[in-house]
Each structure stands twice: as C-alpha cells, then as structure tokens.
Design a binder for this molecule. Structure first.
Ligand code: SF4
Ligand code: MG
Length: 337
C-alpha cells in the first residue's frame, strides 16, 4: 500500500463566542508516498485547519475533531493517538513549514540549537552527530557557510534565509510527510520562486510526501501533482493538476482559475474576482455552500448538497451540474448574495 495519509469524513469545529464554527464539514482525500498535493481555496475554506488536524495542532478545548479518521501510514489514526505518540510522530515523521518564519523561529535561540533540538530529543542523536546533521541540512537548503551560520540568531537572517532555516528544521529528521502552509506568501516574488525551486528539488531528492496549502495557483503548477479545492469546509473538486487546471468541473474552481494569477500561463486575460463572499460557517447553508455566488445555481442546489461525482480516474467534483442524478429540467434560479 503506497498511501501515506488517508483522511476520511473529517469534521472539525471550533467554539467561539458567536457559536460553533464548522470549519471542516466532511473532508476526504488521500496522499500517496512521494506525492505533492496542494490544497487551494480562499481564506476560511478550511485549508489550514485540515493541515493543523493532520499535525494535531488544533488547540484543545477550542477546536474539536467531531468525526472522521486521519490514518498515517495505514495504521496510526492521528485523531486517536496519545499526546506522547503524536509528539514522537511530529518530531520524526512529519515536518511543518508555516507562512511566517519569524513567528515560528525562536528569537532567543541560535539557529544551530533550533535545528539540533529535535534531532537530540526525537532521533536521540549525540550533540556532535546532531551538529553535523544540522550543518549538512543547512547546506542542503542553500544556506552559504552553514557552520558559521549555526551560531547566529534568526534576526541575522533575511526573510528568505529564515524560510530556508524553517525548511531545514522541518526536514532535519527526514520526515515522511512535509506540510507547508502558505510557505512563500510572506516573501517577495524572486525569493518565492527560489524557495519553491528548493522545495521541488528536495522533494525529488528526499522522496518526501508534501501537502502544500496555498491560494496561489502558480505555486500549485510549480510543485504539485494533485490538487484538492476546498470551499466552506468541504472538498469541492479533487484531481491531478492536469484535471483541475485543464478540465475543471466545479463552478468554484472556474472562479478560482479566473481570479488567481498563474505563473505557468502567458494568457493576458484579466483576472476576474469571484463575486460575493463565503457563507457563515456558524450557520452554513443547507444545500451547496457555493450557491449564493454561483452563476449556475439551480433549485436543487439550494435544497441539497451535491455528492462527489467521478469525472475520470481520481478526478471528482461535487456539483449538481456534473451529477448524473441531478433533476433533469431545471433552470438557473436567482439567488441573493
Ligand atoms: Fe453551482 Fe449548483 Fe454546482 Fe453548487 S451545485 S456549484 S450552486 S451548480
Ligand atoms: Mg491559512
């Protein structure tokens, strides 16, 4: 079995003063070994919460997994592991890179100590062996003069170099799964391209599986083989990059493709934002969550949430337009935004 991560029917909620926010409302997808999968969608779609659930970083007492399984390597359900088992996995089998390296690096610790900490604790390396590994990995992520840089603090590094350090920390333990949440968003365009090239390169070299969360389709084209499109806490389309970019089937995906810049395309078509905004996740709508913004919405869309239809192979979309069980004679209806 070559599946590293198998998420099924995941439901995650958060308690807020305003009520229960249904951040994830039934998410299912798989990640194969060595594969890079991108999760795309607007902010608030549940992308980050999905990643945090996989890393078990949902704050206890506020967030709760209400249903579903997150099987890691076939046998371990992340949802059910003890804190101790999870800490072990987090330090040795999963790595995470966040958007803003400045807030995830400890400003009072040298870069060297931050990389060796996990190696000593989780991999039980000696101080000496951990140091050697840290220097090696800093070199691998393209930090010049790594031995000297080990003794420096985060503020000695530029934004791009700090993100390289984060990648080094995430990769130091040779994780099987790397989760990157908007890893290049805070960086300027040239540095973004360098960091993406680095991730792509490392993925090939180390054969790590990657989940990349992004709102940038250029990033998807650059790095991923698979794409999961999320809207209002659900997966609305799923497939290979080819499927989703060249044969998209969900009106939300159509909107995303028109609204996001693409570095792989020299099309001069203007970007068209998707009108309206996502629904409240405290009281999500009864039918398709995209109906209020969808130019193709039909009566059935307001009443019933569409299931996923297989388009071909692993390509699926959840829309009444592609559902063979959709009512036959229907016209688009006017829906308020
Ligand atoms: Fe639009 Fe209906 Fe498809 Fe939802 S199910 S995306 S409202 S056509
Ligand atoms: Mg996010």
């Amino acid at each position: 079995d070559n599946v590293i991560l198998d998420i099924k029917d995941l439901v995650v909620s958060f308690h807020t003063y305003a009520g229960e926010v249904q951040a994830i409302r039934g998410v299912t997808f798989k990640l194969k070994k060595g594969e890079a999968l991108a999760i795309v969608g607007e902010s608030g779609s549940g992308k980050s919460v999905t990643a945090q659930t996989v890393m078990r970083l949902i704050p206890a007492g506020i967030g709760k997994v209400k249903n579903g399984t997150v099987m890691f390597e076939g046998t371990k359900d992340i949802v059910k592991l003890s804190d101790k088992e999870m800490e072990q996995i987090r330090g040795s089998e999963m790595g995470m890179i966040f958007q803003d390296p400045m807030t995830s690096l400890n400003p009072t610790m040298t870069i060297g100590d931050q990389i060796t900490e996990g190696l000593i604790k989780h991999q039980r390396l000696s101080k000496q062996a951990a140091n050697e590994r840290a220097i090696e990995i800093l070199g691998l992520v393209g930090i010049p003069n790594p031995k000297a840089r080990m003794k420096q603090y985060p503020h000695h590094f530029s934004g791009g170099m700090r993100q390289r350090v984060m990648i080094a920390i995430a990769l130091a333990c040779n994780p099987k799964l790397l989760i990157a949440d908007e890893p290049t968003t805070a960086l300027d365009v040239t540095i973004q391209a360098q960091i993406l090239d680095l991730l792509k390169d490392l993925q090939k070299k180390l054969d790590t599986s990657i989940i990349m969360i992004t709102h940038d389709l250029g990033v998807v084209a650059e790095i991923a083989q698979k794409v999961v499109v999320m809207y209002a806490g659900k997966v609305v389309e799923h497939g290979t990059v080819e499927d989703v970019f060249y044969n998209p089937r969900h009106p939300y995906t159509w909107g995303l493709l028109r609204s996001m810049p693409r570095i792989d395309s020299d099309s001069s078509e203007p970007l068209v934002p998707i009108e309206g905004s996502p629904p409240s996740m405290i009281n999500p709508p009864k039918g398709c969550a995209f109906a209020a913004r969808c130019p193709y919405a039909m009566k059935v869309c307001l009443e019933h949430d569409p299931a996923h239809t297989v388009i071909s192979g692993e390509h699926t979309a959840a829309c009444w337009l592609t559902d063979p069980n959709a009512p036959k004679v229907e016209r688009p209806v006017e829906v308020g935004g």
